[in-house]
Structures are given as structure tokens and as C-alpha cells.
Unconditional design. Structure first.
Length: 116
């Protein structure tokens, strides 16, 4: 089903400090992300897949909504007056493919097509 929250990402200044903080707070287990560097981690929670990336001081949580066809969904965002873009970290990869979006009022959200 499309539209449910399927992935979240936390943008932080210092990923090592955030890893310790959220690990202690929630008991989350974190492993190195796709880059293999300590600037990004995959977060294991009981219900929703997550990620953590550094170099984003003042960043907040990013919510990604599941879609079956990310290209078609990104096009639909644009048709409705929003913005959708892909960058070098968008995938496809072991966590799927991501698009970074803004709705027609400028609010941020993301699209996520999980891996097959």
C-alpha cells in the first residue's frame, strides 16, 4: 500500500554523539550506512526503518512516504504544484530509492520506494 510512513531520517551535526544519544534513549541499534563512513547510520527500530546523517546542524526529522513507483509519484508531486528531486544519495541502494520533495506550500517531505 502506498502512502504510509516507511522511513525516517534524522539530520544532526555530530552523528557519533547522536548515535550514542538515541541509542541510550530508545535502545536503537545502529550500523554504518551505505557509504561505510561514520557520517551515516542505519537505525533499527521496532517498527519503521530509519537513518541518521551528519553535517546537518539544526536539521530535523525527515519523513518518507512509501510509494510503489517513485518516478511516477515524483512526477505527480510536480503536477500538483510541488517539487521533487533526486540526488546522488537517492538510490537505488540497499535501503531503496528516495526523492526529496516540497508540497505546493513549501513543506518538506520525502518519497521512498523500498527495495524489491
Amino acid at each position: 500500500m502506498a502512502g504510509e510512513v516507511s522511513f525516517f531520517e534524522l539530520g544532526v551535526k555530530d552523528p557519533a554523539a547522536a548515535r550514542e544519544f538515541y541509542g541510550e534513549l530508545f535502545g536503537w541499534k545502529m550500523t554504518l550506512g551505505p557509504s561505510g563512513e561514520a557520517q551515516g547510520f542505519r537505525i533499527e527500530t521496532p517498527n519503521i526503518a530509519g537513518g541518521l546523517h551528519g553535517g546537518d546542524e539544526g536539521g530535523g526529522p525527515y519523513l518518507f512516504f512509501k510509494v510503489d513507483d517513485i518516478q511516477a509519484a515524483a512526477q505527480r508531486v510536480r503536477e500538483l504544484g510541488g517539487e521533487a528531486e533526486f540526488n546522488e544519495h537517492s538510490g537505488p541502494g540497499p535501503s531503496g530509492t528516495f526523492a526529496f520533495c516540497r508540497d505546493n506550500q513549501g513543506s518538506s517531505f520525502g518519497l521512498h520506494q523500498p527495495p524489491l
